[in-house]
Each structure stands twice: as C-alpha cells, then as structure tokens.
Design a protein around this ligand. Structure first.
Ligand SMILES: [Zn+2]
Length: 66
C-alpha cells in the first residue's frame, strides 16, 4: 500500500514539475493593493488569494493579452 502511494506521489510531482505553466511564475506580493494581492513577476498576472499566500500556479493563460 505504501509503495502505491509513493508511486502516485512521484507521478504527481513529475506532472507538476514538467508542466510548463508551473515554471517561471514568481509571485510577488503587491503591497500597494489589498492584502493577499499577488503579481507574477514572470507573466504579469494579478490574482488575490483568500489565505494571503502566493498562488502555486501560473495564471498566464487566464490573463488577457496586453
Ligand atoms: Zn506567471
């Protein structure tokens, strides 16, 4: 059972780190805006998180082109 869980975790990690949208996204807190507002230094995406922590995904494909 533990082996199966380990395989699944390894597979998920491979998928996450091989996903190009997850790379290069560097979230910076925008202190001029509301608390929990983050701006991606890589793609310029803006988002607000409910828990005040940086998002773990890149939102580049959800932003209108500028
Ligand atoms: Zn980004």
């Amino acid at each position: 059972m533990l082996l199966i869980v380990g395989i699944i975790v390894t597979f998920v990690l491979i998928v996450v780190f091989s996903n190009p949208r997850m790379r290069g996204c560097r979230w910076r807190e925008d202190r001029r805006a509301a608390p929990g507002t983050y701006r991606c230094a890589a793609c310029g995406a803006h988002t607000v998180t409910a828990d005040g922590k940086p998002p773990r995904v890149c939102l580049a494909d959800q932003q209108p082109p500028r």
